[in-house]
Write a protein that binds this ligand. Structure first.
Ligand code: RIB
Length: 312
């Protein structure tokens, strides 16, 4: 590994996603007949690691799989996508599971059973502290216990390694975690949660999130694109790419992985966000979470075509 290609380290969840395709998301108390079922690797952490690996950038993952379900399959998948798995451990009990309803309009609803992800304690990451200190950037999400994510943020901060936090699923984050975070990347519902339910315009929401102590905010707004705000100036709408979405699961993870890669490769944040947006756009054109993560060539092709090409 060269000095300029320090690995991205993802400390996060790894799940098997059990996906039911359905005409729409059911209402409370409602039963619907599904149209298709699939079992496919996911978890916000693993999705982001695979997103990085498919783009050809060095990536290592820290986390746990459960011996009583999918452990080998998930680890082999991660490895095949280019992910380093030396920082992954195994524990008794099930691995994480994502129960997903995927509607015909490509929207989704997810319930995650943490399984082994819930056993990633601060002690587990302390044992991997050297790996975290040697990273070019650390990516976290909130599918591990909150105190563990806080611990990762402390290790990264002390070592001067930038932390990108996908604050999903939304959880009450301590002030220290906000202050230790460089980039925070909520979607619309998460942003509203962190702003006490206030439904603010993106410009206002990003300002308020920035005031919590991060260096940069990206509000991920799905088909509307994203809004980027950086401390000390620099605000921009990143327009969406025109694609036909069939499955939006993991699109945000694709964005984060690609944004991290682009920043590590020296792109400025706005260009990096446009590149990430292209990655997310490719990912929604096909089924699966980790499975849908695009290659470098696919992202470059859409990135070069720009955001104005017609929907296919
Ligand atoms: O972000 C999508 C992911 O959320 C799914 O893969 C699911 O496992 C949950 O973690």
């Amino acid at each position: 590994m060269s000095a300029t290609r320090k690995p991205i380290v993802v400390v996060g969840s790894i799940n098997m996603d059990l996906v039911a395709r359905s005409p729409r998301i059911p209402e409370p108390g409602e039963t619907l007949i599904g149209t298709d079922f699939s079992q496919t690797p996911g978890g916000k952490g693993a999705n982001q690691a695979v997103a990085v690996g498919r783009l050809g950038y060095p990536v290592e993952m820290v986390g746990l799989v459960g011996e009583q379900g999918y452990a080998d399959l998930l680890l082999e998948y991660l490895k095949a996508a280019g992910g380093g798995i030396e920082g992954m451990g195994r524990v008794q009990g099930p691995s994480g599971i994502g129960f997903i309803v995927l509607a015909a309009d490509a929207t989704n609803a997810i319930v995650v059973m943490p399984g082994s992800n819930g056993k990633v304690t601060p002690a587990v990451v302390d044992a991997q502290a050297e790996r975290i200190r040697n990273a070019g950037m650390v990516l976290c999400q909130l599918e591990l216990p909150l105190e563990t994510v806080v611990r990762v943020s402390e290790i990264a901060k002390e070592a001067g390694v930038p932390l990108m936090l996908d604050p999903a699923p939304a959880a009450k984050m301590p002030d220290l975690l906000w202050k230790n975070t460089n980039w925070v990347t909520p979607n619309e519902t998460e942003a509203a949660f962190y702003l006490s339910g206030e439904d603010l315009e993106p410009e206002q929401a990003a300002k308020q999130l920035l005031a919590k102590g991060v260096d940069g905010v990206i509000l991920k707004r799905g088909a509307e694109g994203s809004y980027l705000l950086k401390a000390g100036g620099g605000a921009e709408w990143i327009p969406p790419y025109q694609v036909k979405a069939v499955d939006t699961v993991g699109a945000g993870d694709s964005f984060n992985g690609a944004f991290a890669v682009a920043l590590m490769e020296g792109k400025d944040p706005v260009t990096a966000a446009k590149f990430a947006s292209a990655a997310a756009a490719v990912s929604v054109t096909r089924p699966g979470a980790a499975d849908a993560m695009p290659t470098r060539d696919e992202v470059e092709a859409l990135f070069s075509a720009g955001t104005n090409q017609p929907k296919k």
